[in-house]
Design a protein around this ligand. Sequence first.
Ligand code: SF4
Length: 127
Amino acid sequence: MRDTIQLSEKEIVCIVCPNGCRIKCTPNGSEYSFSGNKCKRGIAYVEAELTRPMRSLTSSVKTVFSNAPVVSVRTDGEIEKSRIQDVLSALGKVTLDHPVKMGDVIIPNVCNTGVNMICTSNRLARH
Ligand code: SF4
């Protein structure tokens, strides 16, 4: 016997451009059909959202320096949304004890995502 997955109707707001189209995803057999998108980039976006949603992540890490106890960081690419908690846990274990500047890699290949966490601040830059 073959398992079937019941798809449900969804509405996803496309964030690819400022139009913010509300794209209706209607089950059509084992796939979805889409409506409400003004262009085909919206279809690519909702297909990715339905199967493997990706996100950029911004956060901060602790430092040992009293004049800058935290510095801001971000991913230099997108990671799977399901990995965000793993990455936040990894960031929570970091305490910087040396100067860093904007663009410096704080954690290379964070959690084996293929993406680096980079510094987005010059608060800890050596002058
Ligand atoms: S569907 Fe096209 S026009 Fe609409 S928000 Fe997405 S990218 Fe913009």
